[in-house]
Write a protein that binds this ligand. Structure first.
Ligand code: NDP
Length: 419
């Protein structure tokens, strides 16, 4: 019986709250706090009478450490779940450290202001040293490892699907199927159709920043960077069909390269339709994906934030999205001296998710693992002190919970490999 503080009330948080409320024996109380309190109140009203979990709501600016400390001290949660944006990771971690309260999030830190000279100097150094130019990396959060450990608290980083479940699949493959994993291909296929010419399935700013950046993969101890969308493959996904997919940089490659010993290559592919790519290219060409403020009629606006205002809210796509997602990892390697290859994956149906919690599958596949990570922490099963990504914990209770909580997985032996 524990109280959690959930920060953020967007598309993913709606699923997290719904799923926690299905497990009132563990999540006896939720304080839901976000920038716009009315969204928290609306969600609370939606769940009234449907759960034994007690929900209270608060307003908070999660960019402000002092405000967060005050909120945590007043609410006294057992765990803080950061379901806001990657921009808030460090402020929320800092507040958790000050209050000695445990922490969980779904995406690694990324700065909102990429023109901040202090951040930029460190970023440019990292680009040169590591060889990838993504705006995010784990170093900022890993710097908290010793501090969290000394404070006797846990940070669970990236408890969504990818990052998140994909790393649990890696730990599970390592524990049960391989003596040595040689290659990992993470495949993220969304075969869903929402009927709009262009919309993103989660926060547009974060999503478009990610997919318009250079791609990269990890091979033989080094990062190899390629122009955005320049490596394309076709893959025939179970229950979805043939799709085009493109190699992207993705945050879990960085932690897996560190934690899966001896791995030779890690790549990440995501499917995109031609319409999405054409729209994105056009928006990029005209400067609408820029994060640099421009002056417009006497007011400063950030183009990508203005674009977010125009695009459909991902949280509203639930009723319209039809089709399935198929996300998983293809592993090759050796077991008992023999070559082996498996695909561990989950298929999730957009309409089934909508029926259950009122959201599409991208929010669902992120929100359910966030709830499971929190549940395992609260049950005392995932309590390693310090800052950790999901492949560092025992995968077995998480894999079991996926099957019970709406994201069942399958294993295919000798799957078709990606060239
Ligand atoms: P949304 O934009 O829908 O929701 C973000 C929420 O955070 C909103 O309620 C927003 O408030 C709130 N918020 C933003 N800034 C602040 C602030 N300063 N203080 C308090 N609250 C704030 O995003 P999503 O729900 O789509 O995404 C949530 C997270 O999930 C993101 O970090 C995203 O990267 C991650 N994600 C992870 C995936 C994975 O597989 N690991 C996949 C998809 C997403 P307001 O309502 O006022 O805007």
């Amino acid at each position: 019986m524990s109280k959690v503080l959930i920060i953020g009330c967007g598309g993913v948080a709606q699923v997290v709250v719904h799923k926690c409320c299905q497990h009132s024996d563990i999540f006896s109380e939720i304080c839901l706090a976000s920038r716009t309190k009315s969204k928290c109140d609306a969600l609370k009203a939606k769940l009234a009478g449907k759960t034994k979990t007690k929900i209270t709501t608060r307003q908070v600016d999660a960019d402000n450490v002092q405000e967060l400390i005050q909120l945590i001290q007043e609410e006294k949660p057992k765990l803080v779940m950061n379901i806001a944006l990657p921009y808030q990771d460090l402020t929320i971690m800092e507040a958790c450290l000050k209050c000695k309260v445990d922490y969980l999030d779904t995406a690694n830190f990324e700065p909102e202001d990429t023109n901040d000279p202090i951040w930029r100097a460190r970023y440019e150094k990292r680009c040169k040293e590591k060889g990838f130019t993504a705006l995010f990396d784990y170093s900022y959060q890993w710097e908290y490892h010793e501090k969290f450990k000394n404070a006797g608290i846990t940070a669970i980083l990236g408890s969504g699907f990818d990052p998140g479940v994909t790393q649990v699949f890696c730990a599970y493959a390592q524990k049960h199927f391989f003596d040595q994993i040689d290659t990992i291909d993470i495949l993220d296929c969304n075969g869903g159709d929402h009927g709009y010419p262009f919309a993103t399935n989660f926060n547009p700013e974060i999503n478009l920043r990610e997919v318009s950046s250079a791609g990269s993969y990890f091979e033989n101890g080094k990062w190899i960077e390629i122009p955005a969308m320049s490596i394309k493959r076709e893959y025939n996904f179970a229950e979805v069909g043939q799709k085009d997919m493109y190699l992207l940089h993705h945050e879990e490659i960085e932690s897996l390269a560190k934690n899966i010993k001896g791995v030779q290559r890690i790549r990440f592919f995501m499917t995109f339709g031609q319409s999405y790519l054409t729209h994105m290219q056009c928006l990029e060409n005209v400067g609408m994906l820029s994060t640099t403020p421009v002056e417009f009629e006497g007011k400063e606006i950030v183009p990508i934030q203005f674009l977010k205002k125009l695009l459909p809210d991902p949280a509203s796509l639930g009723p319209r999205t039809k089709g399935k997602t198929n996300i998983g990892c293809i592993f090759t390697g050796k077991k008992d001296g023999k070559e082996k290859s498996i695909y561990i994956y989950n298929v999730c149906d957009h309409q089934e998710c909508y029926k259950e919690v009122g959201s599409q599958a991208v929010a669902y596949t992120t929100g359910v693992p966030a709830m499971i990570g929190a549940m395992l922490f609260l049950k005392g099963l995932w309590t390693l002190k310090g800052v950790h990504t999901l492949e560092e914990f025992d995968p077995d209770p998480f894999m079991e919970a996926l099957n019970l909580c709406g994201l069942p997985w399958k294993i295919e032996e000798n799957p078709t490999r990606v060239e």
